[in-house]
Design a protein around this ligand. Structure first.
Ligand SMILES: Cc1cc2nc3c(=O)[nH]c(=O)nc-3n(C[C@H](O)[C@H](O)[C@H](O)COP(=O)(O)OP(=O)(O)OC[C@H]3O[C@@H](n4cnc5c(N)ncnc54)[C@H](O)[C@@H]3O)c2cc1C
Length: 68
């Protein structure tokens, strides 16, 4: 599990998000200018989903940490 937590949730529910706001993505998982040490990430890079926002932020974080 990504968080490392082992406890079972006391309540769990899921619902689909069908009303995405991003109409055109950046087409790249994140933007990062290493020389200027500035980056940008978000769902606008990959798509209007929390998964896209997570993947974008995770990718930029890895790039900043030198793991990309
Ligand atoms: C009503 C609604 C319901 C949704 N429900 C779902 C769902 O059920 N499932 C799903 O997968 N996705 C859902 N989404 C989409 C999901 O919320 C987004 O994909 C995700 O939150 C994007 O994350 P983000 O970090 O890119 O942007 P955001 O979550 O929008 O974060 C951007 C942050 O930047 C801050 N900010 C903005 N401008 C500035 C500034 N100038 N200076 C400093 N800070 C600033 C904002 O305050 C905000 O905290 C929903 C979206 C909406 C609008």
């Amino acid at each position: 599990m990504l968080t490392g937590l082992q406890e079972a949730p006391s309540y769990l529910a899921a619902h689909r998000w069908r009303y995405a706001l991003v109409e055109e993505t950046a087409g790249e998982p994140f933007l990062y200018d290493e020389a200027r040490a500035i980056g940008a990430c978000g769902d606008w890079c990959l798509g209007a989903r929390v998964e896209a926002a997570f993947d974008s932020g995770d990718g930029l974080g890895a790039a900043i940490a030198g793991r990309a």
